[in-house]
Design a binder for this molecule. Structure first.
Ligand code: UD1
Length: 421
């Protein structure tokens, strides 16, 4: 199994360029199932999750080809199957997002229930309620969800919670439904907005993009074309921590500030001064000047759960007591014992992590429990004294393109090694 060996405490300096957003590229790739034609998608990050989804799409009958590292050509000549099987969906939960587009294309679909994952149970009830409202009969048999409709009809749908995946799945199922769909309490994450913009670029009629009330007027056909995916705000937020660790010598290139408001506001509350020039963003404030803070993860525009672990790295080296309340996923503190193995002092009570920061981190052998936890432990390894071995980096590969190359280019010492299983 691959692991990272990280030697901490190196002087860091340079520019890290941000790639395309994984969480925008995934639903946009799913959307190519809706209509026959040829799609060119640019700024697609070269990640394991994208490869996994490409395989799912190929099984469903699409042709997926890399024109270059970050450009994908997808050809939809009609679907060969309406079924996404367990072996594919279990490896990546986001594959469940093929269901809405398959329904839009075929008025029926059979997709494996994704099951839980390390960070929580993650049910799909909201997705299914949306499909039902659009006219699908939903049945669950032997771990599969089957949807069948004679006709898809627009409907008013109010989500109980602004789920990102449910919003995306329902919007895609509704773009060709007859009449108008009004989706209230929709997720307003920038990635949901990007998916809607992609659909509009193909001729879908969607209003209220980027708001919690999305109005879709069904169209008969869409016209596939080219699209450029937005930059990854979570990757940018991860590398901004390095900017602080290097007192501004590491700069992040290509992030969109408005996508990161709540995260940057929290860093500012800690005392960080965010600088920008052209497409570069950096923070010159040193760790010593930062204050502890309280963070509560929330749906966008609140503080993103996907940056919770990374800000914990910062909290653990900033003097004073910080707190994180995780409200999106019930089990997303698996990185805490790993941080503590590196000398941090973090306790969890009633879903709140209390971080008694300011202790020196020391290198240790640790394990990535999920994608973002892995990234946070890499950051911890870079600031820790001595050597850190990070196991299970297949999680990190799912979401960070060329992590070690980017980090080594700014002076870090991190290498991929093979460990006996
Ligand atoms: C997406 C992101 C993930 C991010 C999350 C929250 C992708 C590929 N993944 O995941 O990185 O951490 O948004 O910002 O874009 N829920 C239900 N019923 C449902 C659907 C969701 O109870 O039908 C619950 C989930 O269990 C979870 C919460 O809602 O507790 C948020 O989930 P959701 O917003 O759907 O996240 P994902 O789309 O899975």
């Amino acid at each position: 199994m691959d692991a990272y060996r990280i030697v901490g405490g190196k002087k860091l300096e340079g520019i890290i360029e941000i790639g395309g957003a994984k969480n925008a590229a995934l639903p946009i790739l799913c959307a190519t199932l809706i209509e026959k034609g040829t799609y060119i998608l640019r700024n697609v990050p070269a990640l394991k999750d994208i490869k996994t989804l490409s395989k799912v799409l190929e099984k469903l009958g699409l042709e997926v080809e890399n024109l270059d590292k970050n450009t994908l050509k997808v050809v939809n000549k009609g679907l060969a199957s309406i079924e996404a099987t367990y072996d594919l969906v279990k490896t990546m939960r986001a594959s469940f997002t093929v269901m809405g587009p398959i329904i839009a294309h075929e008025k029926r679909a059979k997709v494996s229930l994704p099951g839980g994952c390390a960070i929580g149970a993650r049910p799909v009830d909201l997705h299914l309620k949306g499909f039902e409202a659009l006219g699908c009969v939903i049945q669950i048999h032997h771990g599969y969800v089957e949807a069948n409709a004679t006709e898809l009809k627009g409907a008013k749908i109010v989500l109980d919670f602004p789920s990102v995946g449910a919003t995306e799945n329902i919007v895609m199922a509704a773009v060709k439904a007859k009449g108008q769909t009004i989706l209230e309490n929709a997720a307003i994450e920038p990635e949901v907005e990007d998916l809607c913009n992609f659909l509009v670029s193909m001729g879908a009629k969607i209003e209220g993009i980027g708001t919690s009330k999305i109005i879709i007027d069904g169209v008969e056909t869409l016209t596939p074309g080219e699209y450029n995916i937005i930059p990854d705000r979570i990757e940018a937020g991860t590398y901004l921590v390095l900017s602080i660790l290097s007192e501004g010598k590491v700069k992040v290139k290509g992030a969109i500030r408005e996508h990161m408001d709540s995260y940057l506001a929290k860093l500012e509350e800690m005392g960080a001064v965010i600088k920008e020039e052209g497409d570069l963003m950096w923070i010159e404030t040193s760790v010593k000047e930062l204050k502890p803070v309280r963070v509560k993860t929330m749906p966008h525009p609140g503080f993103p759960t996907d940056l919770q672990a990374q800000i914990m790295t910062l909290m653990s080296i900033v003097k004073g007591t910080s707190e994180i309340k995780e409200t999106i996923f019930e089990n997303r503190f698996m990185h805490v014992p790993e941080f503590n193995r590196m000398g941090a002092d973090i306790t969890i009570k009633h879903g709140v992590a209390q971080v008694n920061g300011g202790l020196p981190l020391t290198g240790a052998e640790v394990m990535a429990s999920d994608l973002r936890a892995g990234a946070a432990l890499v950051l911890a390894g870079l600031v820790a004294e001595g050597e850190t071995i990070l196991n299970r980096i297949y999680h990190v590969d799912r979401g960070y393109d060329q992590l070690e190359k980017k980090l080594n280019s700014v002076g870090a010492q991190i290498e991929r090694i093979k460990l006996e299983a």
